[in-house]
Write a protein that binds this ligand. Sequence first.
Ligand SMILES: NC(=O)c1ccc[n+]([C@@H]2O[C@H](COP(=O)([O-])OP(=O)(O)OC[C@H]3O[C@@H](n4cnc5c(N)ncnc54)[C@H](OP(=O)(O)O)[C@@H]3O)[C@@H](O)[C@H]2O)c1
Length: 178
Amino acid sequence: MASPVLVTGGTGRLGRLVVARLQDAGCDVRVLARHDRGAPRHVSFFTADLRTGEGIDPAVSAVAAIIHCATSTRGDAEATRNLVTAAARAGSPHVVYVSIVGIDHIASWGYPKAKLEAERIVTSSGLPWTILRVTQRETAGPGDPAHKDGLAPRPPANDGRRLAPRPPSPHHPYRKRP
Ligand SMILES: NC(=O)c1ccc[n+]([C@@H]2O[C@H](COP(=O)([O-])OP(=O)(O)OC[C@H]3O[C@@H](n4cnc5c(N)ncnc54)[C@H](OP(=O)(O)O)[C@@H]3O)[C@@H](O)[C@H]2O)c1
């Protein structure tokens, strides 16, 4: 069998979808997260904390690629540094980092700033890498009525129909003068 692919944060909103696509493609999938809360079926689960570095080494051992979806409100740069350091010790896996579209325009504060720094850590790691700057996506998660194995995308709120344009507010500060 081909070398496994590790999905960090594979129990999260995006990570679950990534795991499902990899499984559909016949990949041997590993998931890394701090808690095994309903991890997808038929994956090898590794309990690890990317921020402390605890438990990362066995998860990255002999993997062909790492799709880095793990995130939290704080410490993403530090977590990413711990991940790529462990990955480089283990070999030369391709690291795919999931970032946010337009991140370089909004990165002056907290979370986006940490993500931009995480991008820089990945690109300067010496490992082969890909940065994906993706748009916001609503996905079903545990506890959501639309959630089925964590993989069911939520239907559009308006049933797919276009919303009617709203008339401009007379109080809008930027409305055109008559
Ligand atoms: N969702 C979107 O629409 C969207 C859009 C653009 C970009 N992105 C990016 O895509 C990535 C995934 O987002 P998401 O919405 O799927 O996040 P999420 O649902 O909050 O999932 C976060 C995942 O990371 C794990 N995690 C958090 N801290 C960790 C740590 N210290 N060590 C190991 N695992 C940890 C969590 O599991 P535990 O808590 O059990 O550890 C969970 O599996 C993020 O980088 C985000 O910026 C998402």
